[in-house]
Ligand binder design. Structure first.
Ligand SMILES: NCc1[nH]cc(CCC(=O)O)c1CC(=O)O
Length: 334
Protein backbone atom coordinates (compact mmCIF):
# COMPACT_ATOMS: atom_id res chain seq x y z
CA UNK A 1 0.00 0.00 0.00
CA UNK A 2 1.36 3.41 -0.90
CA UNK A 3 2.19 5.97 1.78
CA UNK A 4 2.40 9.68 1.17
CA UNK A 5 4.35 11.97 3.47
CA UNK A 6 4.33 9.32 6.21
CA UNK A 7 0.54 9.32 6.36
CA UNK A 8 -0.95 5.93 5.51
CA UNK A 9 -3.58 6.14 2.83
CA UNK A 10 -7.03 4.71 3.38
CA UNK A 11 -7.01 0.93 2.89
CA UNK A 12 -9.25 0.09 -0.08
CA UNK A 13 -10.99 -3.20 0.53
CA UNK A 14 -12.43 -4.83 -2.59
CA UNK A 15 -15.69 -6.71 -2.42
CA UNK A 16 -18.26 -8.36 -4.62
CA UNK A 17 -21.65 -6.71 -4.54
CA UNK A 18 -23.62 -9.69 -3.18
CA UNK A 19 -25.16 -9.41 0.28
CA UNK A 20 -22.91 -12.21 1.56
CA UNK A 21 -19.75 -10.63 0.16
CA UNK A 22 -20.68 -7.22 1.53
CA UNK A 23 -21.26 -8.51 5.08
CA UNK A 24 -18.17 -10.68 5.27
CA UNK A 25 -15.94 -8.05 3.69
CA UNK A 26 -17.38 -5.41 6.01
CA UNK A 27 -16.54 -7.54 9.05
CA UNK A 28 -12.96 -8.11 7.89
CA UNK A 29 -12.47 -4.41 7.04
CA UNK A 30 -13.80 -3.37 10.47
CA UNK A 31 -11.51 -5.90 12.17
CA UNK A 32 -8.45 -4.63 10.27
CA UNK A 33 -9.23 -1.06 11.33
CA UNK A 34 -9.82 -2.15 14.96
CA UNK A 35 -6.44 -3.95 14.89
CA UNK A 36 -4.66 -0.72 13.93
CA UNK A 37 -4.56 -1.29 10.18
CA UNK A 38 -5.84 2.22 9.44
CA UNK A 39 -9.04 3.66 8.04
CA UNK A 40 -10.67 1.76 5.18
CA UNK A 41 -13.20 2.14 2.40
CA UNK A 42 -15.06 -0.59 0.51
CA UNK A 43 -14.58 -0.78 -3.27
CA UNK A 44 -17.22 -2.76 -5.17
CA UNK A 45 -15.91 -5.05 -7.88
CA UNK A 46 -18.22 -6.78 -10.33
CA UNK A 47 -17.38 -10.42 -11.10
CA UNK A 48 -18.43 -12.84 -13.81
CA UNK A 49 -19.94 -15.02 -11.11
CA UNK A 50 -22.38 -12.23 -10.25
CA UNK A 51 -23.19 -11.39 -13.84
CA UNK A 52 -23.68 -14.81 -15.38
CA UNK A 53 -26.62 -16.98 -14.40
CA UNK A 54 -25.71 -20.34 -15.98
CA UNK A 55 -24.87 -23.34 -13.83
CA UNK A 56 -21.63 -23.12 -11.88
CA UNK A 57 -20.25 -26.16 -13.70
CA UNK A 58 -20.99 -24.55 -17.08
CA UNK A 59 -19.09 -21.40 -16.09
CA UNK A 60 -15.88 -23.41 -16.27
CA UNK A 61 -15.63 -24.41 -12.64
CA UNK A 62 -13.44 -22.61 -10.15
CA UNK A 63 -12.55 -19.01 -9.94
CA UNK A 64 -15.48 -17.19 -11.49
CA UNK A 65 -16.12 -15.27 -8.28
CA UNK A 66 -12.49 -14.52 -7.73
CA UNK A 67 -10.74 -13.37 -10.91
CA UNK A 68 -12.19 -9.87 -11.01
CA UNK A 69 -11.22 -9.22 -7.38
CA UNK A 70 -7.71 -10.49 -8.02
CA UNK A 71 -7.39 -8.30 -11.10
CA UNK A 72 -8.48 -5.29 -9.03
CA UNK A 73 -5.73 -6.09 -6.48
CA UNK A 74 -3.04 -6.60 -9.11
CA UNK A 75 -4.02 -3.42 -10.94
CA UNK A 76 -3.96 -1.42 -7.70
CA UNK A 77 -7.68 -0.59 -7.69
CA UNK A 78 -7.92 -2.06 -4.18
CA UNK A 79 -5.42 -3.11 -1.49
CA UNK A 80 -7.23 -5.99 0.19
CA UNK A 81 -9.61 -8.61 -1.21
CA UNK A 82 -11.82 -10.82 0.94
CA UNK A 83 -12.88 -14.16 -0.55
CA UNK A 84 -14.93 -17.08 0.67
CA UNK A 85 -11.95 -19.40 0.91
CA UNK A 86 -13.78 -22.33 -0.65
CA UNK A 87 -14.27 -20.29 -3.84
CA UNK A 88 -10.51 -19.68 -4.28
CA UNK A 89 -8.86 -21.92 -6.90
CA UNK A 90 -6.03 -23.98 -5.39
CA UNK A 91 -3.48 -22.69 -7.92
CA UNK A 92 -1.33 -19.90 -6.51
CA UNK A 93 -1.85 -16.45 -7.95
CA UNK A 94 1.54 -14.83 -8.73
CA UNK A 95 2.08 -11.57 -6.87
CA UNK A 96 -0.70 -12.22 -4.34
CA UNK A 97 -0.73 -13.91 -0.93
CA UNK A 98 -3.40 -14.95 1.53
CA UNK A 99 -2.14 -12.83 4.40
CA UNK A 100 -4.85 -13.70 6.91
CA UNK A 101 -7.40 -16.42 7.53
CA UNK A 102 -9.75 -15.20 10.26
CA UNK A 103 -11.29 -17.65 12.72
CA UNK A 104 -13.61 -20.01 10.87
CA UNK A 105 -17.39 -20.08 11.26
CA UNK A 106 -19.07 -23.44 11.85
CA UNK A 107 -18.18 -25.21 8.56
CA UNK A 108 -21.17 -27.58 8.48
CA UNK A 109 -23.77 -27.65 5.75
CA UNK A 110 -27.29 -26.78 6.82
CA UNK A 111 -30.56 -28.32 5.76
CA UNK A 112 -33.24 -25.67 5.43
CA UNK A 113 -36.53 -27.52 5.09
CA UNK A 114 -40.20 -26.65 5.20
CA UNK A 115 -42.19 -27.69 8.28
CA UNK A 116 -39.05 -28.02 10.41
CA UNK A 117 -38.06 -31.27 8.71
CA UNK A 118 -34.65 -32.89 9.14
CA UNK A 119 -32.85 -35.18 6.69
CA UNK A 120 -34.34 -38.16 8.56
CA UNK A 121 -37.91 -36.81 8.60
CA UNK A 122 -38.21 -35.41 5.05
CA UNK A 123 -41.08 -37.22 3.32
CA UNK A 124 -40.28 -40.00 0.81
CA UNK A 125 -39.32 -38.53 -2.55
CA UNK A 126 -38.99 -35.01 -1.15
CA UNK A 127 -37.29 -32.46 -3.42
CA UNK A 128 -34.03 -30.96 -2.14
CA UNK A 129 -32.25 -28.15 -3.97
CA UNK A 130 -28.48 -27.80 -4.30
CA UNK A 131 -26.10 -26.80 -7.07
CA UNK A 132 -23.20 -28.69 -5.58
CA UNK A 133 -22.21 -32.19 -6.83
CA UNK A 134 -20.64 -32.80 -3.40
CA UNK A 135 -23.90 -32.07 -1.59
CA UNK A 136 -25.97 -33.94 -4.19
CA UNK A 137 -23.86 -37.10 -3.90
CA UNK A 138 -23.98 -37.09 -0.11
CA UNK A 139 -27.75 -36.42 -0.09
CA UNK A 140 -28.26 -39.38 -2.45
CA UNK A 141 -25.99 -41.57 -0.32
CA UNK A 142 -28.00 -40.78 2.82
CA UNK A 143 -31.46 -40.80 1.21
CA UNK A 144 -31.58 -42.45 -2.24
CA UNK A 145 -35.33 -41.69 -2.44
CA UNK A 146 -34.85 -37.91 -2.53
CA UNK A 147 -35.21 -35.90 -5.71
CA UNK A 148 -32.11 -33.70 -5.87
CA UNK A 149 -32.82 -30.52 -7.86
CA UNK A 150 -30.01 -28.40 -9.38
CA UNK A 151 -30.49 -24.81 -8.21
CA UNK A 152 -28.54 -21.56 -8.59
CA UNK A 153 -28.50 -18.05 -7.28
CA UNK A 154 -27.60 -16.22 -4.12
CA UNK A 155 -28.58 -17.37 -0.65
CA UNK A 156 -31.85 -15.43 -0.56
CA UNK A 157 -32.95 -16.74 -3.96
CA UNK A 158 -32.27 -20.30 -2.84
CA UNK A 159 -34.13 -19.92 0.45
CA UNK A 160 -37.18 -18.59 -1.44
CA UNK A 161 -37.39 -21.90 -3.31
CA UNK A 162 -38.53 -23.56 -0.06
CA UNK A 163 -41.75 -21.55 -0.12
CA UNK A 164 -42.03 -21.75 -3.91
CA UNK A 165 -41.44 -25.31 -5.11
CA UNK A 166 -38.92 -27.33 -3.07
CA UNK A 167 -39.15 -29.21 0.22
CA UNK A 168 -35.65 -28.18 1.28
CA UNK A 169 -32.34 -26.68 0.20
CA UNK A 170 -28.82 -27.29 1.51
CA UNK A 171 -26.57 -24.28 2.13
CA UNK A 172 -23.37 -23.55 4.02
CA UNK A 173 -24.32 -22.73 7.59
CA UNK A 174 -21.55 -20.10 7.63
CA UNK A 175 -23.14 -18.03 4.90
CA UNK A 176 -26.50 -18.12 6.66
CA UNK A 177 -24.84 -17.12 9.94
CA UNK A 178 -23.13 -14.14 8.32
CA UNK A 179 -26.40 -13.02 6.73
CA UNK A 180 -28.34 -13.41 9.99
CA UNK A 181 -30.50 -16.18 8.46
CA UNK A 182 -29.86 -19.06 10.88
CA UNK A 183 -33.63 -19.01 11.50
CA UNK A 184 -33.99 -20.90 8.19
CA UNK A 185 -31.83 -23.83 9.35
CA UNK A 186 -33.76 -26.93 10.42
CA UNK A 187 -30.71 -29.19 10.81
CA UNK A 188 -26.95 -28.67 10.90
CA UNK A 189 -25.82 -31.78 9.04
CA UNK A 190 -23.15 -33.85 10.83
CA UNK A 191 -19.75 -34.34 9.18
CA UNK A 192 -20.25 -38.07 8.60
CA UNK A 193 -23.47 -37.43 6.63
CA UNK A 194 -22.40 -34.25 4.83
CA UNK A 195 -18.66 -33.58 4.85
CA UNK A 196 -18.19 -29.88 4.03
CA UNK A 197 -16.32 -28.45 1.06
CA UNK A 198 -12.63 -27.78 1.56
CA UNK A 199 -12.27 -24.45 3.41
CA UNK A 200 -16.02 -24.02 3.84
CA UNK A 201 -16.79 -21.38 6.47
CA UNK A 202 -13.35 -19.78 6.20
CA UNK A 203 -12.40 -16.47 4.61
CA UNK A 204 -9.19 -15.66 2.74
CA UNK A 205 -7.84 -12.13 3.05
CA UNK A 206 -5.62 -11.58 0.05
CA UNK A 207 -3.15 -8.74 -0.59
CA UNK A 208 -0.27 -8.00 -2.95
CA UNK A 209 2.77 -9.96 -1.71
CA UNK A 210 4.83 -6.83 -1.01
CA UNK A 211 2.09 -5.42 1.25
CA UNK A 212 2.01 -8.54 3.46
CA UNK A 213 5.74 -8.33 4.14
CA UNK A 214 6.04 -4.56 4.48
CA UNK A 215 5.92 -4.09 8.27
CA UNK A 216 3.20 -1.47 7.80
CA UNK A 217 0.18 -1.02 10.07
CA UNK A 218 -1.85 -3.00 7.51
CA UNK A 219 0.66 -5.90 7.51
CA UNK A 220 0.62 -5.99 11.32
CA UNK A 221 -3.19 -5.93 11.43
CA UNK A 222 -3.34 -8.79 8.90
CA UNK A 223 -0.94 -10.86 11.02
CA UNK A 224 -3.08 -10.20 14.10
CA UNK A 225 -6.29 -11.13 12.26
CA UNK A 226 -4.82 -14.46 11.14
CA UNK A 227 -6.16 -17.41 13.16
CA UNK A 228 -3.42 -20.00 13.00
CA UNK A 229 -5.56 -23.10 13.79
CA UNK A 230 -8.03 -22.18 11.03
CA UNK A 231 -5.23 -21.29 8.62
CA UNK A 232 -3.46 -24.63 9.15
CA UNK A 233 -6.69 -26.64 8.86
CA UNK A 234 -7.56 -24.93 5.59
CA UNK A 235 -4.04 -25.46 4.22
CA UNK A 236 -4.44 -29.21 4.80
CA UNK A 237 -7.91 -29.30 3.21
CA UNK A 238 -6.79 -27.36 0.16
CA UNK A 239 -3.60 -29.38 -0.33
CA UNK A 240 -5.84 -32.44 -0.51
CA UNK A 241 -8.05 -30.81 -3.14
CA UNK A 242 -5.03 -29.67 -5.11
CA UNK A 243 -3.41 -33.14 -5.12
CA UNK A 244 -6.71 -34.68 -6.21
CA UNK A 245 -6.75 -32.11 -9.04
CA UNK A 246 -10.32 -31.45 -8.01
CA UNK A 247 -12.10 -28.11 -8.02
CA UNK A 248 -14.91 -26.75 -5.89
CA UNK A 249 -17.44 -28.54 -8.13
CA UNK A 250 -15.99 -32.05 -7.51
CA UNK A 251 -17.78 -34.54 -5.24
CA UNK A 252 -15.08 -34.17 -2.59
CA UNK A 253 -15.49 -33.14 1.03
CA UNK A 254 -12.84 -32.55 3.68
CA UNK A 255 -12.56 -31.21 7.16
CA UNK A 256 -9.41 -30.65 9.21
CA UNK A 257 -9.28 -29.87 12.89
CA UNK A 258 -6.39 -28.85 15.11
CA UNK A 259 -6.80 -30.67 18.42
CA UNK A 260 -4.92 -30.88 21.67
CA UNK A 261 -1.13 -31.35 21.60
CA UNK A 262 -0.92 -29.74 18.14
CA UNK A 263 -2.38 -32.79 16.39
CA UNK A 264 -3.93 -31.84 13.06
CA UNK A 265 -6.53 -34.37 11.87
CA UNK A 266 -7.92 -34.39 8.35
CA UNK A 267 -10.99 -36.36 7.29
CA UNK A 268 -11.94 -36.58 3.62
CA UNK A 269 -14.57 -38.20 1.45
CA UNK A 270 -14.61 -38.73 -2.30
CA UNK A 271 -17.93 -39.85 -3.80
CA UNK A 272 -19.36 -41.26 -6.97
CA UNK A 273 -21.59 -38.48 -8.31
CA UNK A 274 -24.75 -40.57 -7.88
CA UNK A 275 -23.88 -41.28 -4.24
CA UNK A 276 -23.78 -45.06 -4.67
CA UNK A 277 -20.14 -45.36 -3.58
CA UNK A 278 -17.73 -43.38 -1.46
CA UNK A 279 -14.16 -43.54 -0.16
CA UNK A 280 -13.58 -42.06 3.29
CA UNK A 281 -10.16 -41.67 4.90
CA UNK A 282 -8.72 -39.92 7.96
CA UNK A 283 -5.10 -39.02 8.76
CA UNK A 284 -3.32 -37.03 11.46
CA UNK A 285 0.01 -35.35 11.96
CA UNK A 286 1.67 -33.73 14.95
CA UNK A 287 2.82 -30.24 14.06
CA UNK A 288 6.37 -30.34 15.47
CA UNK A 289 7.39 -27.26 17.42
CA UNK A 290 3.79 -26.29 18.01
CA UNK A 291 1.41 -24.13 16.08
CA UNK A 292 3.25 -20.89 16.75
CA UNK A 293 6.69 -22.43 16.43
CA UNK A 294 9.26 -22.96 19.23
CA UNK A 295 10.27 -20.00 21.39
CA UNK A 296 13.44 -18.31 20.36
CA UNK A 297 13.45 -19.73 16.85
CA UNK A 298 12.89 -17.59 13.77
CA UNK A 299 9.09 -17.31 13.99
CA UNK A 300 8.57 -16.88 10.24
CA UNK A 301 10.63 -19.97 9.45
CA UNK A 302 8.82 -21.98 12.14
CA UNK A 303 5.44 -20.84 10.79
CA UNK A 304 6.56 -21.84 7.31
CA UNK A 305 7.56 -25.33 8.46
CA UNK A 306 4.25 -25.78 10.26
CA UNK A 307 2.36 -24.70 7.14
CA UNK A 308 4.34 -27.19 5.03
CA UNK A 309 3.52 -29.98 7.51
CA UNK A 310 -0.19 -29.13 7.34
CA UNK A 311 -0.13 -29.15 3.54
CA UNK A 312 1.83 -32.42 3.53
CA UNK A 313 -0.98 -34.05 5.52
CA UNK A 314 -3.47 -33.09 2.82
CA UNK A 315 -1.20 -34.31 0.04
CA UNK A 316 -0.62 -37.64 1.78
CA UNK A 317 -4.35 -38.24 2.38
CA UNK A 318 -5.08 -37.38 -1.26
CA UNK A 319 -2.48 -39.92 -2.36
CA UNK A 320 -4.13 -42.58 -0.15
CA UNK A 321 -7.46 -41.77 -1.80
CA UNK A 322 -5.99 -41.84 -5.31
CA UNK A 323 -4.35 -45.19 -4.58
CA UNK A 324 -7.79 -46.48 -3.57
CA UNK A 325 -9.30 -45.37 -6.89
CA UNK A 326 -10.66 -41.90 -6.07
CA UNK A 327 -10.00 -40.43 -9.53
CA UNK A 328 -12.12 -43.03 -11.35
CA UNK A 329 -14.79 -43.09 -8.65
CA UNK A 330 -15.41 -39.34 -8.70
CA UNK A 331 -14.50 -38.88 -12.38
CA UNK A 332 -11.85 -36.34 -11.35
CA UNK A 333 -10.32 -34.61 -14.31
CA UNK A 334 -12.96 -36.14 -16.59
N1 LIG B 1 -20.09 -21.29 -3.55
C1 LIG B 1 -20.97 -20.35 -2.92
C2 LIG B 1 -20.56 -20.01 -1.55
N2 LIG B 1 -19.29 -19.64 -1.26
C3 LIG B 1 -19.22 -19.38 0.09
C4 LIG B 1 -20.47 -19.56 0.64
C5 LIG B 1 -20.80 -19.29 2.04
C6 LIG B 1 -20.19 -20.15 3.09
C7 LIG B 1 -18.71 -20.24 3.21
O1 LIG B 1 -18.01 -19.24 3.53
O2 LIG B 1 -18.20 -21.33 3.06
C8 LIG B 1 -21.33 -19.98 -0.40
C9 LIG B 1 -22.77 -20.31 -0.29
C10 LIG B 1 -23.06 -21.74 0.06
O3 LIG B 1 -22.27 -22.65 -0.26
O4 LIG B 1 -24.11 -22.01 0.63
Amino acid sequence: MAETGGMPQTVRVGTRASALALTQTGHVADALTALGGGEHELVRVRTDGDRLTGSLASLGGTGVFVTALRDALLEGRCDVAVHSFKDLPTAVSPGLVVAAVPVREDPRDALCARDGRTLATLPRGASVGTGSPRRAAQLRAARPDLEVVDIRGNVDTRLKRIEADLDAVVLARAGLARLGRLDAVTEALPFDVMTPACAQGALAVEVRAEDAAAGTPLARALAALDHRPTHLAVLAERALLSRLEAGCAAPVGAHAHLGADDVLTLEAVVLRVDGTAALRRTASTTLAGGVAGPDGADPAAAAGRTALAAAALGTRLAEDLLAAGAADLAELGA
